[in-house]
Design a protein around this ligand. Sequence first.
Ligand code: PAF
Length: 282
Amino acid sequence: MKRFQTRALISEWVRHQKATGKMIGFVPTMGALHEGHISLVEQAKQENNLVVCSIFVNPIQFNKPEDLKKYPRTLDADLEKLGKAGCDAVFFPTEKEMYPEPETTVYDFGMLDKVMEGRYREGHFNGVAVVVKKLFDTIQPHRAYFGEKDFQQLQIIKAMVRIESMDVEIISCPTVRESDGLAMSSRNIRLTEDQRRDAALIHTALKMGKERFQTHNINDIRQFVINYVNASPHLEVEYFEIVRADTLMPVAPEGDKDEKVVGCIAVYAGKVRLIDNMAFNS
Ligand code: PAF
């Protein structure tokens, strides 16, 4: 596996590979890799000739300095996992390399970044969009792979690609779960034993919400899911919204149940914030 730390060198390597007709799949990450990330690499390997991954803990997408500080950094283990997964090249730049000048780009995503995560994490999605744009500019991949666990992020990245008219195909990949249903996340290692056990209730609640979708009122489903999760002394729901998949706008109480609808949830387990989602009508 090739290793690069500068934008210029990885750009040159990719350019050379593309000139020989290779299709490039790209998996951007912030490291602390788990099976969810590896599944993205595996899918990218199946669909492209070469796979490039990036590992960069992007400071401008953290709205709380303590979250940035606490974010797990496990570079050696990550490089080993990527090597084993058959990744062809890894890009792990420094902060100075990615942001030689302070960043000033501000995207207009309409309501997409105002709801759910956007309401609680101001500036987060702008930071994500800025770094993904820079990474796409650097790597110039044919396809880029993102997990559906970060459903809102996926919509933001698709919107950024549209706004910037970028020629990269965004591939969304299914959430990888632990055997009890908890969505894999780099944050799960910070859960205590009790929090970890009860965190599986989040997925159960979403499944039960989905079961009720065709027969119950949206407000009742919302309240049911929130109460189900909050019944654990170790969990507290920050939000649970039932939204249209394309606009992320809440579905009206007796809304059109034929449109594609997703239930999106954020839950605190102590100080650890977990998110998950489920398609309610597919
Ligand atoms: O999902 C993530 O790990 C990050 O938000 C991403 C897309 C790598 C941008 O920093």
